[in-house]
Design a protein around this ligand. Structure first.
Ligand SMILES: N[C@@H](CCC(=O)N[C@@H](CSC=O)C(=O)NCC(=O)O)C(=O)O
Length: 252
């Protein structure tokens, strides 16, 4: 597995806050790094940006490379519990423990100031990781996130494969189900394109709006007319997300 890291000029003066970007299905670290145009905003705010891969690599499990929404490129940021996936597909532990420890050893990251952001499957990852670690992450945003994986085809396929058919345990990895008990209180920014072909079947942001409302979590859900699911959409609004994260990462 590979990741990318952007170091802003401000690291010359000492450790800087870190923003994790979690990408979506089919991606590697490269998609956001090369297409989002985020480096100028990271430099402006003095944020380190880390882009992990979306699944383990170098494995060849049965069926691992046959579909674009399961297996390689589709790790869903969870720790699988079903063999053989549970031996390698531990993306939650990778993103929350293994990678941050590696970064702390090698780069000037301020581990007291961590934010998380993502797209689609990576939006699901960002929301669920933040909700599971509300004392750790200071800022949270997403583009077109999968918010209710226990209800939509992408999530149901992945969870059945990684966790098995018993659905009771799935809810512990569903942002809408986690919201109320999470204790998350910082404002969340979500952008959703209204021309996104996955909007009605896979994304259903209205479910997240309802969950945040019930939980008392401040959510700004921006429905962007004419925008699809692509990195053109992300590149258009990524500056607003960096402003959002900087507001919470740069304070004391
Ligand atoms: N199989 C199609 C569509 C794949 C796709 O749209 N992937 C999105 C994420 S979808 C949810 O997690 C993506 O970010 N693609 C990479 C990109 O650079 O656009 C296909 O392969 O086109």
């Amino acid at each position: 597995m590979e990741f990318s890291i952007y170091l802003p000029p401000q690291v010359e003066a000492g450790p800087r806050p870190v923003l994790y970007w979690l990408s979506g299905l089919t991606c590697t670290w490269a998609n956001f790094t090369e297409k989002a145009g985020a480096q100028r905003y990271a430099a402006e705010h003095g944020l380190i940006v880390v882009c992990p891969d979306t699944s383990p690599r170098g494995t060849d499990l049965p069926g691992e490379h046959e579909a674009w929404d399961f297996g390689s490129g589709a790790g869903f940021y969870i720790d699988a519990t079903v063999d053989p996936w549970s031996r390698y597909y531990r993306m939650y532990t990778y993103v929350t423990e293994e990678l941050p420890a590696l970064l702390a050893d090698a780069f000037p990251v301020d581990r007291r100031r961590e934010g998380i952001c993502g797209h689609s499957m990576g939006g699901h990852g960002a929301l669920t990781i933040a909700f599971k670690n509300p004392q750790r992450f200071r800022s949270l945003s997403a583009f077109a996130p999968i918010v209710a994986p226990t209800h939509v085809p992408w999530g149901r396929k992945a969870f059945a494969g990684y966790f098995g058919a018993e659905e009771a345990g799935w809810v512990a990895h569903d942002a809408c189900e986690l919201a109320a008990a999470s204790g998350w209180r910082a404002p969340i920014l979500v952008d959703q394109g209204l021309a996104d072909p996955f909007l009605d079947v896979q994304l259903q942001p209205e479910r997240f709006a309802a969950a945040c409302s019930t939980a008392g979590i401040p959510l700004t859900l921006r429905r962007q007319e004419g925008y699809d699911h692509s990195y053109y959409f992300i590149a258009t609004f990524i500056g607003d997300h960096f402003t959002h994260h900087a507001r919470y990462l740069l304070g004391d």
